[in-house]
Design a protein around this ligand. Structure first.
Ligand SMILES: NC(=O)c1ccc[n+]([C@@H]2O[C@H](COP(=O)([O-])OP(=O)(O)OC[C@H]3O[C@@H](n4cnc5c(N)ncnc54)[C@H](OP(=O)(O)O)[C@@H]3O)[C@@H](O)[C@H]2O)c1
Length: 399
């Protein structure tokens, strides 16, 4: 039996990962669990799985949890430091990185440096820190196993393929709730409408990222680093049924695809069982019932976030970290009702335009760029509120 640490155990991925662990007794022992502030759920999980230690980003929540878990002898760590300590727990063989946002980068990077295999759901780790993370993976000789469904699909299709035999990687996207809409029609969309994803149930931020297609852009950058394929050979295809998750086109013209129901428990489990296959939790895929699989190109004019991500990825250095941080602020502002849906790409583009890129960044440079971008994006949100209040008018950066 091997030991797993789950960063982000109270989230959508974290909870489904615990479903997988629970369904396969004797495979994984939970050695550590970490979350942001949901002390109630983390306490419940700790009582069930009895890890050696847990961590909470929020100090107050950690103190509350410590009182609850003291009788069980479970150590409670607090703050960013506590999360990083949990990520390098000596008995851990695998760290599942499933925190939301760029806060996942530092603990995931520390886990890799400590020689842990990593199952990666937190796409921001490779978006913000791609070169330094991959360099650490090579140096430490650890496994970086994709959990994102599209990357798990690519990983599965690429098994046994020689790199020179691969022409292009294709990532599919459902298109989100606004597929087929014109850009101007999205100006007044509500948070509720944007959170209504047609096929996947996920955390709030990633659901909004799916509605803007930024999620696919982040995944393009993630695929670039995971599989070492240039951006010109990574394509995006809209596929509303979310049954085909990824395709690999080979140089002889063959196209290999990975299909399954849209259920994250499959890619999570594959990362936990690799290279084995275990009986799956989702119901089998019934293609006769699905009937039709549709594919169409993305509408890059209506969804400018996709090209912002390509642009950030191609620029490299600290630019992807800046794009991601600005995006997180813009999405949080939209969720809080402080920005409109179309302000999201406008804010991101505005912050990217102001950034002086640092190439070959270290972790500190990435974190600094992230913090700078957050400050810039927050002031854009503030500016936006003033504009919305009718005090002044300015043309949006992207249109
Ligand atoms: N959901 C999916 O289907 C899916 C698919 C592919 C990739 N991903 C990626 O997986 C990651 C997690 O997504 P999700 O949908 O599971 O998100 P989620 O439901 O919002 O859960 C996020 C988790 O991260 C924790 N967290 C948030 N901020 C934190 C911080 N500063 N420090 C420590 N923990 C923190 C949360 O703790 P609290 O609950 O205590 O706040 C929660 O456990 C994201 O990077 C996402 O892009 C998700």
């Amino acid at each position: 039996m091997k030991n797993i640490v789950i960063l982000g155990s109270t989230g959508s991925i974290g909870r489904q990962a615990l479903d997988v662990v629970r369904a396969h007794p004797g495979r994984w022992r939970v050695a550590g669990l970490a979350a942001g502030r949901n002390a109630g759920l983390l306490a419940e999980q700790a009582r069930e799985f009895r890890p050696a230690a847990v961590a909470m980003a929020d100090g107050g929540a950690a103190a509350k949890l410590a009182r609850e878990l003291a009788p069980l002898g479970i150590e409670v760590l607090a703050g960013a430091e506590g999360l990083e300590m949990l990520a390098v727990l000596p008995e851990a063989h695998l760290v599942l990185s499933a925190m939301a946002g760029s806060a996942g980068l530092a603990p995931t990077y520390r886990a890799i440096l400590a020689g842990k295999d990593v199952a990666l759901a937190n796409k921001e780790t490779l978006v913000a820190g791609g070169p330094l993370v991959m360099e650490a993976v090579r140096r430490r000789g650890v496994r970086l196993l994709p959990v994102d469904s599209e990357h798990s699909g690519l990983f599965q299709c690429l098994q046994g393929q020689a790199p020179e035999g691969v022409r292009r990687l294709w990532l599919t996207a459902s298109g989100g709730p606004f597929r087929g809409w014109r850009r101007e029609d999205m100006a007044g969309v509500t948070v509720e409408a944007a959170l209504r994803h047609p096929t996947w149930r996920m955390g709030a931020r990633i659901t909004i990222d799916s509605a803007t297609l930024m999620n696919k852009g982040l995944e393009v950058i993630e695929a670039h680093w995971l599989f070492g394929i240039p951006y010109d050979r990574i394509e995006v295809l809209i596929h509303p049924e979310s049954i085909v998750h990824a395709l690999v086109e080979t140089v002889d013209g063959s196209v290999l695809a990975q299909l399954s129901r849209p259920d994250m428990r499959l890619p999570i489990q594959y990362a936990l069982s690799y290279p084995e296959r275990w009986p799956g939790l989702p119901d089998p895929l019934d293609l006769a019932r699905v009937g039709t699989l549709r594919f169409e190109p993305p509408d890059r004019e209506a969804f400018p976030c996709l090209d912002l991500a390509y642009q950030a990825g191609r620029t490299g250095g600290t630019m992807p970290a800046v794009m991601n941080a600005a995006k997180e602020v813009a999405v949080d502002a939209f969720l809080a009702g402080e920005a409109g849906f179309l302000d999201i790409p406008r804010i991101i583009a505005g912050v990217m335009e102001q950034h002086s890129v640092k190439f070959r960044p270290g972790l500190e440079d990435v974190l600094e760029a992230d913090a700078w971008a957050r400050r810039r994006a927050k002031s854009e949100v503030g500016f936006n509120r003033v504009v919305a209040g009718g005090v002044m008018k300015r043309k949006g950066v992207t249109g």
